[in-house]
Design a protein around this ligand. Structure first.
Ligand code: C5P
Length: 210
């Protein structure tokens, strides 16, 4: 039987990852960052000296292995662990241009849907409720003010431009960042992490989630 999917979408640094992790831990579901899949391929194109324009041909020859252990999901690209490279500045700069390529999105979506065939998931991303799992009844969209998101990113020590990634992610032709139909929108600007996790869990338990 396919697993349940709780979809949590939103722009960069909206709190999706921490909230999704917390909700997954409470429910005993698997936490999946779909962004990590795009980042693994972004690292791969840099490793192989490929441009986003060349990605459609390149990606068909790639082997992405999803490993699950006590610490969660890790990704191996052509047998190499991508984990140490996911947060690198070069990866962050490449990821949004690469994520705009439809062939890359198709490949990632196939991997994400395969996970849902076997596990209950809390999955965060940009198009989880709109494109990857449009039929799930559990959809959330987290947002926060641009200033607060920039502050959170700086606190994490991240060096990439959140604003530029948001611009690319929201304006691309395929699966742009959008509020999925039926999603509950939560503005996390003035909410603590525990407050958002509780709110999401309450909505799920109350069956209020459309
Ligand atoms: O969530 P994270 O910041 O790791 O995502 C990195 C990038 O991956 C995003 O800026 C976006 O370009 C891409 N992405 C996407 N669709 C998703 C998840 C991430 O296009 N579902």
């Amino acid at each position: 039987m396919p697993g349940r999917v709780i979809a949590i979408d939103g722009p960069a640094a909206s709190g999706k990852s921490s909230v999704s992790r917390g909700v997954a831990a409470k429910l005993g579901f698997l936490f999946v960052s779909s962004g990590h899949f795009y980042r693994a391929f972004a690292w791969g194109v840099l490793r192989d000296g490929i441009s986003p324009e060349q990605a459609p041909g390149w990606i068909s020859g790639r082997r992405l292995e999803v490993r699950l252990d006590a610490s969660g999901v890790s990704l191996l690209l052509d047998g190499e662990d991508a984990t140490p490279h996911l947060s690198e500045a070069a990866t962050a700069a490449m990821v949004s241009p690469l994520a705009a390529v439809p062939a890359v999105r198709d490949m990632v979506n196939t991997c994400l849907r395969a996970l849902a065939a076997e596990h209950d998931l809390v999955m965060e991303g940009r198009d989880i409720g709109s494109v990857v799992f449009p039929d799930t009844p559990w959809k959330f969209y987290l947002d926060a003010s641009p200033e607060e998101r920039a502050r959170r990113r700086a606190r994490e020590g991240a060096v990439d431009s959140v604003a530029e990634r948001d611009r690319l992610d929201s304006t691309r032709a395929t699966a742009p960042l959008t509020i999925p139909e039926g999603a509950i929108v939560i503005d996390t600007t003035h909410l603590g992490l525990d407050g958002v996790i509780s709110a999401v869990l309450e909505l799920i338990n109350a069956g209020d989630v459309r």
